[in-house]
Design a protein around this ligand. Sequence first.
Ligand code: DX5
Ligand code: ZN
Length: 226
Amino acid sequence: MAFDRSVKIAPSILSADFANFGAEIRAIEDHGADWVHVDVMDGHFVPNLTFGPPAVKAFRPHVKTVMDVHLMISPVDPYIDAYADAGADVLTAHIEAGPHIHRTVQAIKAAGMKAGVALNPGTPAESVQHLLDMVDLICVMTVNPGFGGQKFIDMADKVRALRSMIGDRPVHIEIDGGVDPNTAPKLVEAGADVLVAGSAVFKGGSVDKPEVYGQNMDAIRKSFSV
Ligand code: DX5
Ligand code: ZN
């Protein structure tokens, strides 16, 4: 996984058919997904519950691109090895999930994964300043985490601040929440290079109509490449 700052689309399978993950992952990848985003929620850090390590491990053989695992759980550290064993390529923890984000990032790297740090909308860009030499990705939440399909919260200023703090370091800026053809252009302009999108990719499509996923991803790409 060489570093690359071109804009990537990472569909969130939180919006997929939960009875058909293998086929859904193949459908989005066959129609242009760059990464596959997996939202892990614990019913404690966020008010919703999704996938544990065995489910993520079952997704792994279907993902041919990059499996980007977003942990919305607290605590994080006891589960890092389990998500490494499940095959995560990128493992992202929330800075708000505990008092020792530096230790968590060290542990994610030591387990052989790329390390991401996610920031809730109320958390400032400066909170990651002392992590920039060790992380691979900063995830800027543009909704309060927990559910797909929520209203976008504009964080373009935070993205711009992070982009300037990052400078030449090989650190991705990922946006998560409410990304669609209306919101994507100013985020890309501000310096984001990974766009997570759930509802905007999956809406109107299915494994029987996977071309709709492709059209939805094309609409997002076109919105910022004009
Ligand atoms: C929210 C999740 C997101 C979510 C995005 O807590 O982290 O990844 O699935 O969904 P949309 O794109 O529908 O806002
Ligand atoms: Zn997410």
